[in-house]
Design a protein around this ligand. Structure first.
Ligand SMILES: C[S@@+](CC[C@H](N)C(=O)[O-])C[C@H]1O[C@@H](n2cnc3c(N)ncnc32)[C@H](O)[C@@H]1O
Length: 265
């Protein structure tokens, strides 16, 4: 799998996906967890692979100061347009054209480093986690959301795509890739491996969550719940996200790890 260099080519599809109930579910679950882990006071957040700025805007709206980086000029344009529609947030958001390996920070550290929906498009998880972890300040948080390698084939099976499901279930953990939401091949990681990598870089893993466990098999246009149904679906996903065995079947894993306050890097 080659690294994806021009995400803007699929950026419109991604923005459309994010607006569906199925897409929103993951953003809402991740925001709930981040709000639970981040202090109420404003802190410095780095959002790596910010895309069109969904997490960036949500965290800036919560009062945080967000540096948002993405290597795709097209995705940054989309983020810029969304930010222009929220002038009250402009002072708290800085946008940068950079990928995880060319972030221009020498001494600067962040109270939270987020990298959501990015590692699955990259060839090398361990190098990326090393760079991300190195940017976490003492007391700060690393938040990684990526495809769950342990649940590979589950979506396809529930959709009745049995040939693909069986191939992935029998061999997916060898080949490691499957087709993601945008029709691109994406690679999975396990929560255990991500936690191990975070520990290797001096962070203490927090309990991980499975994300989109019970609603992932819907097609984007096939699940249009009314607001009350959506709220109950979100609550149910949240309940399942922290509990075994359900969390292991999430399409995505959300792992978090903290650097001890006062720890030397
Ligand atoms: C699926 S989008 C996720 C966007 C956003 N983080 C979110 O959760 O909505 C993946 C993003 O990763 C970006 N990306 C691709 N290669 C990257 C790299 N090497 N470093 C950082 N971001 C990268 C793409 O340009 C794209 O904007």
């Amino acid at each position: 799998m080659g690294a994806l260099t021009d995400f803007a080519a699929v950026g419109t599809s991604y923005a459309e996906h994010s607006r569906t109930a199925r897409g929103r579910l993951r953003h809402d679950l991740v925001e709930l967890r981040l709000r639970a882990e981040l202090p109420a006071r404003p802190v410095r957040v780095l959002d790596v692979g910010c895309g069109d700025g969904e997490t960036t805007l949500r965290l800036a709206a919560a009062g945080h100061h967000v540096t948002a980086a993405d290597p795709s000029a097209g995705m940054l344009d989309a983020a810029t347009r969304r930010l222009a529609a929220r002038p009250e947030l402009a002072q708290r958001v800085r946008l940068l054209e950079a990928g995880v390996h060319d972030l221009p920070f020498d001494r600067e550290r962040f109270d939270a480093v987020c990298c959501h929906g990015v590692l699955m498009y990259l060839d090398d998880t361990s190098g990326a986690v090393a760079r991300l972890a190195g940017l976490v300040a003492p007391g700060g948080l690393l938040s990684v959301l990526t495809k769950n390698r342990a649940a590979i084939g589950f979506r396809e099976a529930l959709r009745g795509e049995y040939a693909a499901a069986r191939r992935l279930i029998e061999h997916g953990t060898d080949t490691d890739t499957s087709v993601g939401n945008l029709g691109l091949d994406t690679r999975g990681d396990t929560a255990e491996e991500l936690d191990r990598l975070a520990s290797e870089h001096g962070l203490t893993p927090l309990p991980w969550q499975g994300v989109r466990i019970l609603h992932d098999h819907h097609h984007d246009d096939g699940w249009t719940p009314d607001p009350d149904t959506y709220a109950r679906a979100l609550e149910t996903e949240w309940a399942a996200s922290t509990r075994d065995p359900y969390r292991h079947l999430g399409r995505l894993v959300h792992t978090l790890a903290r650097r001890e306050p006062g720890a030397a890097r």
